[in-house]
Design a protein around this ligand. Structure first.
Ligand SMILES: C[S@@+](CC[C@H](N)C(=O)[O-])C[C@H]1O[C@@H](n2cnc3c(N)ncnc32)[C@H](O)[C@@H]1O
Length: 123
């Protein structure tokens, strides 16, 4: 299981980071990824911009005194792969049964859970 990892891996290293997890998994093992993604979804992008600009960043400044960290969070979600692009990365690394589902509530279309399985070795 990885949560909020791949968005923080530079885009040029992302395929390699997925491939390394694939290599570590036992055949038949599952990878679960939770990540924020809004690329290609204008409604999700709008909601994310509003929540980040008017709630997350102001609260981050008020409670944590760290504007840059929460600004990075906002931008890193905008810049991360679309859901389809990340699912394609998983399939490209060799994973099978790649599927994804989005969250409910305000995070609908913004927060996503991916599952993918490393195929069992052929006997
Ligand atoms: C936002 S934190 C999430 C931590 C934890 N999974 C959670 O949900 O609370 C992102 C994590 O990704 C790790 N990380 C970022 N880039 C990485 C990389 N290139 N390779 C390995 N880990 C990385 C960081 O060290 C950090 O622990």
């Amino acid at each position: 299981m990885t949560a909020y990892l791949y968005r923080n891996v530079p885009v040029e290293a992302r395929d390699r980071a997925v491939a390394e997890v694939y290599e570590l998994l036992e055949p038949g093992g599952w990878l679960v990824v939770q990540e924020y993604s809004v690329a290609g979804d204008s409604r999700a992008r709008l909601v994310w911009d509003i929540v980040a600009r008017f709630i997350i960043i102001p609260l981050g400044v008020l409670l944590d005194g760290n504007h840059d960290l929460y600004h990075y969070l906002w931008q890193s979600v905008i810049e991360f792969d679309s859901v389809t692009r990340f699912a394609d990365r998983l399939a490209g690394a060799g994973f099978s049964d790649v599927a994804h589902r989005t969250a409910t509530g305000w995070q609908h279309g913004i927060l996503h859970t991916f599952v993918a399985r490393k195929p069992r070795e052929k006997s």
